[in-house]
Design a protein around this ligand. Structure first.
Ligand code: MN
Ligand code: MN
Length: 242
């Protein structure tokens, strides 16, 4: 059951409207990493979830994201408002100016329509939680970039709030995942093949200005076996056999 309260979750103030910045803000309204995508992803995952505790988490955060959508939509609208009458302002987003009269629509900053294709919903709670952690990270970095492109303090304050909540959600999803799985690489029920899972294929080789081979914990960890240039090995074997 949903209910709307006539109050924003965070009060939005804008000093001088900036239509070009308003257009950028649409990325977090109707874009791939935006608030509607977050709200729909978590809420629909919640509908599919049979674990009552984690279903509660998904519905709590999914619903909060709708409140974020309201904040970012309000902020974008304040910045886009001058394009109702001003030709120069309208050039910042002709689609919004001409079809929307300066009002927001469920599109990204390039005018592409919001799509359910943005959502990652697998029906596997462990996989969905991992997708959500990644989604929060993407939303966080987009907010950070938006903050870097405005000097308007009211806009910065609202964006800082929204950005912070993404980290809060990221921590909650990570805690939910940690409490669900004992092995962080256990996905689904079928175990990986023991003879293949720890092979590291050195498939990019060479030296010079484009780099060389590097080592790190990803190819030197416990039990990892490096397979040198497997494509060359196969070629040499076929040459030797012919
Ligand atoms: Mn959010
Ligand atoms: Mn979030």
């Amino acid at each position: 059951m949903y209910h709307h309260v006539k109050k924003l979750m965070y009060t939005v103030n804008v000093g001088e409207p900036d239509p070009k910045f308003g257009n950028m803000l649409l990325e977090q309204f109707g874009g791939a990493n935006g608030e509607l995508a977050a709200a729909m992803q978590y809420s629909v995952q919640g509908l599919n979830c049979d674990d009552p505790a984690r279903k509660d988490l998904l519905m709590d955060i999914g619903t909060e994201e709708l409140s974020h959508l309201e904040i970012i939509g309000t902020l974008a609208r304040m910045h886009l408002k001058p394009m109702k009458k001003n030709r120069e302002a309208a050039e910042a987003d002709p689609l919004i100016a001409i079809c929307g009269g300066g009002g927001v629509d469920l599109r990204n900053s390039q005018g592409n329509a919001w799509t359910a294709d943005y959502l990652k919903i697998t029906g596997d709670l462990g996989v969905d939680l991992r997708s959500n952690i990644a989604a929060e990270a993407r939303a966080k970095i987009v907010y950070e970039r938006l903050i870097n492109f405005t000097q308007d303090q009211g806009s910065i304050d609202a964006l800082q709030f929204l950005m912070t909540r993404e980290i809060t959600h990221m921590k909650a999803f990570q805690a939910a995942l940690d409490s669900l799985v004992t092995d962080p690489f256990a996905v689904g029920n079928i175990p990986p093949s023991a003879d293949v899972v720890n092979l590291y294929f050195n498939d990019s080789t060479g030296e010079g200005e484009s780099g060389e081979d590097y080592t790190g914990p990803w190819n030197t960890g416990d039990g990892i076996k490096i397979v040198e240039a497997p494509a060359f090995q196969a070629l040499r074997q076929s040459a030797a056999g012919s």
